[in-house]
Unconditional design. Structure first.
Length: 265
């Protein structure tokens, strides 16, 4: 039985490698003999296939960011960041407006474990193709996400997307694979909206509009948020953890997505 499993896994790995190898002309690099390299057009194919595979594996949003404007040591000298987002189910988020729920806590763990599998999958896939890839980075996921064109930083201090608002969690992968990066997002689309800042039970959100020069502490008071989130988790589901999420739930973009889904069933 074990033999069949191992043979199956090896076959799958070989199939994947051959599938990608067909897309990319293989040229040997003298210093790294087994490395694959790709030309301009193939970088588009590689990008599309990495994105498609991640979506097929369960990602809800995938974006590629050019990180070269950021310090070398923050990105292990790797030029690209892949941002992967997984959304919470709409019912879970609409249920946390008053207090965080046990369901929200359970989904927090589920979404994190999905993100972990997706990031590992991306690393393994890229490494098999001969590229460097790692999930170890001191860069915040939200920075990679704005570079990857996935969304902007809201007055909530969260990443806000047009498709799902902020009801997503994030992971990222750094790589030297020659991918095609999206246009970065450098400005907030929150405008005059103040819904999240007014709704935060800790008064932790200043209402400051983000751009890439605005520091997090100008938007969010992390101590106030942490303290309130622990209190609310205890009241909501009896576990002292920093899970509140009211700013996710009330965001107009999150609400728009929840309502759209309701309309279409
Ligand atoms: C630490 C942390 C916290 C702590 C902070 C405590 C502390 N003392 O630091 C606390 C407990 C407050 C917290 C709370 C929450 N968190 Co939190 N947290 C993190 C964590 C692990 C690190 C964030 C961090 O320190 N970043 C460093 C600071 C400087 O950057 P930042 O805050 O990420 O964002 C700035 C940069 O991204 C910058 N930026 C963006 N683009 C660009 C581009 C350029 C060129 C430049 C220069 C800068 C720049 O702008 C942002 C604002 O200044 C991240 C996961 C991760 N590894 O990124 C999750 C993370 C940010 N948290 C997340 C979530 C969901 C929450 C909570 C909702 C949890 C809850 N309570 O229910 C709240 C929301 C609070 C809020 N309104 O933001 C999600 C956000 C998802 C999203 N949609 O944005 C993340 C990404 C986790 C994940 N894997 O998805 N969190
Ligand atoms: S997680 Fe809760 S306490 Fe923290 S900023 Fe959001 S609404 Fe405020
Ligand atoms: S609620 Fe309004 S201000 Fe807050 S993040 Fe969403 S759009 Fe921006």
């Amino acid at each position: 039985m074990l033999g069949y499993c191992l043979a199956g896994m090896a076959g799958f790995a070989l199939w994947r490698l051959r599938r990608y190898s067909n897309l990319i002309p293989i040229t040997k690099n003298k210093s790294e003999p087994d490395r694959l390299t790709a030309s301009g057009t193939d970088s588009n194919s590689l990008t599309e296939h990495i994105k498609e595979e991640l979506i097929r594996q369960g990602a809800d949003l995938v974006g590629i960011g050019d990180l070269t404007e950021l310090p070398n040591n923050s990105r292990s000298s790797l030029p690209f960041g892949i941002c992967v987002a997984v959304k919470y189910p709409k019912e879970v988020i609409s249920g946390i407006i008053d207090l965080p729920t046990r369901e929200y806590y359970d989904w927090y763990n589920t979404v994190n474990s999905r993100l972990h599998s997706l990031a590992t999958f991306a690393v393994v896939t890229l490494e098999k193709l001969g590229y460097k890839a790692t999930t170890r980075t001191s860069l915040p996921h939200k920075t990679i996400a704005t570079r990857a064109g996935i969304g902007w930083i809201g007055k909530s201090a969260l990443l806000v997307t047009e498709s799902y608002g902020s009801m997503i969690r994030l992971s990222s992968i750094l790589t030297d694979a020659p991918l095609t990066a999206a246009a970065p997002i450098n400005q907030s689309k929150c405008g005059d909206c103040m819904i999240c800042a007014n709704a935060c039970p800790a008064g932790a959100l200043s209402g400051r509009l983000w751009n890439t020069t605005v520091q997090r502490n100008e938007i969010l008071d992390t101590s106030k948020c942490s303290a309130m989130a622990i209190k609310r988790s205890v009241r909501g589901f009896g576990i002292p953890i920093e899970l509140c999420g009211k700013c996710i739930a009330v965001c107009q973009y999150t609400q728009q997505y929840i309502k759209e889904l309701r309309k279409t069933g």
